[in-house]
Design a protein around this ligand. Structure first.
Ligand code: F6P
Length: 534
């Protein structure tokens, strides 16, 4: 069975939701909380070390039951079962979507009638053995020295996940320093190389296709740099690769023994659980990586089995649809109150926007409703001193996820209490605002500028502690939110055709810059190219 195609706006529940929206759109959350002092009891979910409080949303019990009804009418349950069982739900690339298999405890998952679990286990074993040899220093560089630095060369999904998780789990890191080269920007490559010792640096080239221009050019530049210090024979000892394309890897000069597999059924932006996560394994060790996988698998089980009204990814997805499609919110923010999560938002931006930034329905028609939201954000409390002004007093509706941890890692209670006081204060301020009536002592003119309307929706995710396991669950939570939204919006979430046009045009323009051909351009592009070439 493959995922069905239903225009959500033509369902019975959508009509009910539209009517319900008309009656609720002007209701203030402040009144909902005043009328029902125990409101939070109906709108929170406790699961493992997670507490999701979604009571500070512009919803009633009826809203949530209608949203769940919408998920039922759109056959979300069947879609989840297709997703986990290896059906080709990525129809536009004719592939299954099985990043969940990489952290599964099942012994059989079939893709085209072949059990993929043995090869997943073999890849994990290879990751374990290899990472232990690098961490212990038994695997050495060509001059006999142990590695001190790892450089991941990749872009998009072959960079963002490993970079984000390595940063998030910095607290659990060993002695190896991990760096990331992704941008084709030569200045960045030069700056990063200038700090490295070629004798003690291991390069991990990560590219599912091994044809991505940026990655191959960067890897080739780095290879030349290494050769200039240690000679051509050093490449085999200092480079390993992760790819689905062995021919290209070997052509580059990396032995197949030093190649780690990737699979068509894992999308780049969901691949950190695969050998694409090699730099994570090198940074935190294999047992911590296993914990990350376990946390993700725990979330997978929750998502597969929990009723929709207590299912964290489903609830988050439905709330997001509610604001996107009924309130007309264009963006949503994610604000983690941990500096270790500073790369979570760029990671989610690829996951969310490359997946659900689509305007064609599953039957090939242009959709007539809004799809993928714009995701943005930064860590708190930093962002309170940057863009929170607009949250509090601006004109935009920006539903926001606040992510915080009950315990700090360093044990610095004073700092953590201040951090978390800010965390709780912000969602309270966004809910209640500050009315003109309480500004009694204020100068008459200034009163209007000091009013906060409140009624700004937030989800609060309070997690016990930032650990490999909780980070695994957190990432999987957002992965499944993306999936649910794709099902509801009736789009294919797992292709990325939208990135191809720019790549093609860049190739044409590069050949033109190199003097090989002459393409027709609009006057603006021609003018800019002429100026560049002067
Ligand atoms: O251009 C987009 C994209 O295809 C992403 O989806 C992917 O994560 C990235 O490029 C890198 O691709 P690869 O791993 O094949 O180099």
């Amino acid at each position: 069975m493959t995922v069905t195609s239903i225009n959500p706006t033509l369902t019975k529940t959508w009509e009910k939701l539209s009517n319900h929206f008309a009656s609720i759109k002007d209701v203030k959350m402040q009144d909902l909380f005043t009328e029902d002092p125990k409101r939070v009891q109906d709108f929170h979910i406790k699961w493992n070390e997670f507490l999701l409080d979604f009571s500070k949303n512009r919803i009633t019990k009826e809203t949530m039951s209608l949203l769940v009804e919408l998920a039922d009418e759109l056959k979300l349950k069947d879609a989840i079962s297709d997703y986990f069982s290896g059906t080709n739900i990525n129809r536009t690339e004719d592939r299954a979507v099985l990043h969940t298999a990489l952290r599964s405890k099942d012994s059989v998952i079939l893709v085209d009638n072949i059990n993929i679990i043995p090869e997943v286990e073999a890849a994990k074993e290879k990751l374990k053995v290899f990472s232990e040899s690098v961490i212990s220093g038994s695997r050495k560089g060509v001059t006999g020295k142990a590695f001190t630095d790892i450089v991941n060369i990749g872009i998009g999904g072959s960079d963002l996940g490993p970079d984000m998780v390595t940063e998030a789990l910095k607290f659990y890191k060993n002695h190896l320093d991990v760096h990331f080269i992704s941008n084709i920007d030569g200045d960045d490559v030069a700056a990063k190389l200038s700090k490295l010792n070629p004798e003690t640096t291991l390069f991990v080239v990560v590219s599912k296709t091994f044809t991505t221009q940026e990655t191959i050019v960067n890897a080739t530049t780095v290879k030349k740099w290494l050769e200039s210090y240690l000679g051509e024979s050093a490449v085999a000892s200092h480079f390993v690769a992760v790819s689905t394309n062995p021919e290209k890897v070997v052509e580059f000069g990396i032995a197949t023994d030093d190649m780690f597999p990737m699979w068509d059924w894992v999308g780049g932006r969901f691949s950190l659980w695969s050998p694409v996560g090699l730099s994570i394994v090198l940074a935190i060790g294999y047992s911590n990586f296993e914990q990350l996988l376990d946390g993700a698998n725990d979330m997978d089980q929750h998502f597969r089995t929990a009723d929709f009204n207590v299912n964290i990814p489903v609830i988050l997805a439905l709330l997001s649809v509610w604001y996107n499609n009924f309130f007309g919110a264009e963006t949503e923010a994610v604000i983690p109150y941990s500096q270790y999560l500073q790369k979570l938002v760029p990671y989610l931006q690829q996951g969310v926007m490359e997946s659900n930034g689509k305007g064609t329905s599953r039957t090939g028609e242009k959709v007539t409703y809004q799809t993928g939201t714009i995701v943005w954000g930064q860590t708190g409390s930093n962002c309170q001193h940057a863009f929170f002004q607009l949250f509090h007093q601006g004109t935009k509706l920006i539903p926001t996820d606040f992510i915080g941890f009950k315990n700090s890692l360093s044990g610095n209670k004073q700092h953590h209490d201040i951090l978390m006081a800010n965390f709780f204060a912000q969602t309270e301020a966004l809910l209640w605002g500050k009315s003109i009536e309480v500004l009694n002592d204020e100068n008459e003119f200034l009163k209007a500028f000091k009013v906060f309307e409140g009624n700004k929706p937030t989800n609060t995710l309070l997690i016990d502690k930032l650990k490999p396991k909780s980070i695994g669950s957190l990432i999987a939570m957002y992965e499944h939110k993306i999936f649910v939204q794709g099902i509801i919006w009736n789009i294919f979430s797992y292709d990325q055709w939208g990135v191809e046009l720019g790549k093609q045009l860049a190739k044409n323009i590069l050949s033109e810059i190199e003097g090989d051909s002459n393409h027709k351009h609009d006057s603006s592009t021609s003018f800019l190219l002429k100026e560049y070439l002067k």
